[in-house]
Design a binder for this molecule. Structure first.
Ligand SMILES: Cc1cc2nc3c(=O)[nH]c(=O)nc-3n(C[C@H](O)[C@H](O)[C@H](O)COP(=O)(O)OP(=O)(O)OC[C@H]3O[C@@H](n4cnc5c(N)ncnc54)[C@H](O)[C@@H]3O)c2cc1C
Length: 498
């Protein structure tokens, strides 16, 4: 991987800040839509995809809402499945976009980043069993979730997830769902392959070890992106028509620097993640699924526990978590001062108010930080009753920055989703938040195009190309059996998921 600095191009059409999955996705989409477009990518590290997008830093779940119970919250007596439908549709868009990359030869081997791994949900206790049964009934009404199996039969659950049923209390009722078409995605590998492709395209330069320090309006229109070399300390400017801030957790700082009115009221709260990583080959081979449970009372949605089969660098792995850790950094490689630096006049009240309105979350985080290895293994035993502490070790995951958004008046609301902030003239876009994050990168990027490239997006040439990259984007798939069946059959084949 390149360590040297490439000569900075002083004028360009597009600057992408950060070489994570988001910038990589937008870069390829723009280059496919307009092969003449010039793009500069600035990455402060010496390789792409090393922050949240790297395989060990996230859970690698191809979020399609098959198993994630936080996407189908209980509301009174009913269950809201609207978020699950949206995420599932968005994931179809990602599958189509990745299939396009494979068909074009941009990615040689789909197995280098995506693998079939069944997605399962597992619950225990009467109330939770009722919930899962109802969730299954509601979801399978839509073709998107067709094929999802539900069972309360312990023998069948044991076949699906032997590790989880081994030594489990037989008096407590259990239930599970299984969707065989779930996926595990190595977003780090995918990012690195996309950035390598971009770097080979005419008009694209990827600059490593270059940190973007500021974004200022340019008097003749567009933006001046101020950069600093992490190696030589040299400052250089790049003038651009459009900037995408895909800096992961650091996006919030850069959004503040680009003084657009849409940034007002946004704040962020960092939550670091920790996994228990299994070091026993025997146990790793006994499990073949992503098994998601229910978050405990007071826990935030991103803390939903899961026992996860992963494929990383061609090797099968097994993770449990995530546990939350405390860090004031906005990136794993960020500064301890990140949180303090993010306070501004326009967000200080929403940030304080979000803190006061989320006391159970604060309490949960304090409890999590105080956990010992033994405590974490006790939590794991709720899922893997036979777990022994010597078979599991702690591994640091990525850093999430949960978005705090101005609600009514000066109040702040903590958001757990992924959010694109776009300037009214479309010349700056920024991506905040984590879940469902990387899995829905393609749909997020397609949806910002009409706001940032208004005229071009309406052209026939762009419309045709967009359909080629994702035939499903913009369609409502929940009841379109023929379309869902056809697109899944096609992408399964191209992505080697059959
Ligand atoms: C614990 C955890 C579990 C997760 N699980 C899942 C999951 O199962 N499925 C899923 O789809 N998503 C998951 N996510 C979310 C997913 O990882 C993120 O949504 C996604 O990786 C974000 O990509 P990005 O490109 O925005 O950011 P990143 O991958 O963080 O990339 C940002 C890049 O910007 C660079 N950068 C930052 N500041 C600057 C600067 N000033 N100048 C130049 N470069 C800069 C960084 O070095 C980095 O390379 C998870 C996240 C975490 C933390």
């Amino acid at each position: 991987m390149p360590k040297e600095n490439k000569t900075l191009v002083p004028k360009t059409d597009v600057v992408l800040i950060g070489a994570g999955i988001m910038s990589a996705t937008l870069g390829i989409i723009l280059k496919e839509l307009n092969p003449d477009i010039t793009i500069q990518i600035f990455e402060k590290l010496d390789q792409p995809g090393l922050e949240s997008s790297d395989a060990w830093n996230n859970a690698g779940t191809g979020h399609s809402a098959f198993c994630e119970l936080n996407y189908t919250p209980q509301k009174g007596d009913s269950i809201d499945i609207s978020k699950a439908i949206k995420i599932c549709q968005d994931y179809e868009v990602s599958r189509e976009f990745w299939a396009y990359l494979v068909e074009k030869g941009y990615i040689k081997s789909p197995s280098s980043f995506i693998q079939p791994v069944p997605h399962m949900s597992f619950v225990w206790g009467k109330e939770n069993v009722e919930y899962l049964k109802k969730r299954h009934q509601l979801l399978t009404d839509s073709v998107l979730f067709k094929g999802m199996q539900y069972t309360e039969d312990r023998d069948l659950v044991k076949q699906w997830m032997p590790l989880i049923m081994n030594k489990r209390d037989t008096k407590v009722p259990v239930a599970a769902t299984s969707m065989s078409m779930g996926t595990d995605v190595d977003f780090g590998s995918l990012t690195r392959q996309m950035i390598a492709k971009l770097a080979s395209m005419p008009g694209v330069t990827v600059h490593y070890n270059i940190e973007v320090e500021d974004i200022d309006p340019y008097k003749k229109g567009g933006w001046i992106v101020e950069t600093k070399s992490m190696i030589t300390g040299k400052d250089e400017d790049c003038i651009t028509k459009f900037v995408f801030i895909g800096a992961g957790g650091a996006t919030l700082h850069l959004l503040k620097d680009a003084e657009i009115k849409e940034r007002k009221g946004y704040g962020g709260f960092p939550v670091s993640g920790l996994w228990l990583k299994c070091n026993s080959e025997e146990l790793i081979n006994q499990h073949n699924a992503k098994v998601y449970g229910k978050a405990s009372v007071g826990a935030p949605p991103m803390s939903v526990p899961h026992v996860d089969t992963r494929m990383i660098n061609g090797k099968k792995e097994l993770l449990f978590g995530p546990f939350a850790g405390f860090s004031t950094r906005f990136l794993k490689t960020g500064s301890r001062l990140d949180l303090a630096k993010s306070f501004r006049i326009d967000n200080v009240l929403p940030m304080i108010s979000a803190g006061l309105r989320n006391v159970p979350l604060t309490r949960y985080l304090i409890e999590q930080v105080r956990l010992s290895h033994e405590d974490r293994v006790e939590a794991l035993k709720e899922y893997v009753p036979s777990a022994k502490k010597g078979d599991w070790e702690l591994k640091q995951a990525g850093q999430r920055v949960q978005v705090i958004k101005k609600d009514e008046g000066v109040k702040g609301k903590l958001e757990f989703g992924t959010e694109a902030v776009v300037a009214s003239d479309g010349s700056v876009a920024a991506l905040l938040g984590a879940s469902p994050g990387a899995s829905t990168a393609a749909a997020i990027m397609f949806s910002i195009l009409p706001k940032c490239f208004k005229k071009e997006s309406k052209s026939e040439a762009w419309q045709v190309k967009l359909k080629e990259m994702s035939p499903s984007f913009g369609l409502s798939l929940a009841k379109d059996e023929q379309h869902v069946h056809a697109t899944r059959e096609r992408t399964n084949k191209i992505l080697g998921l059959q």
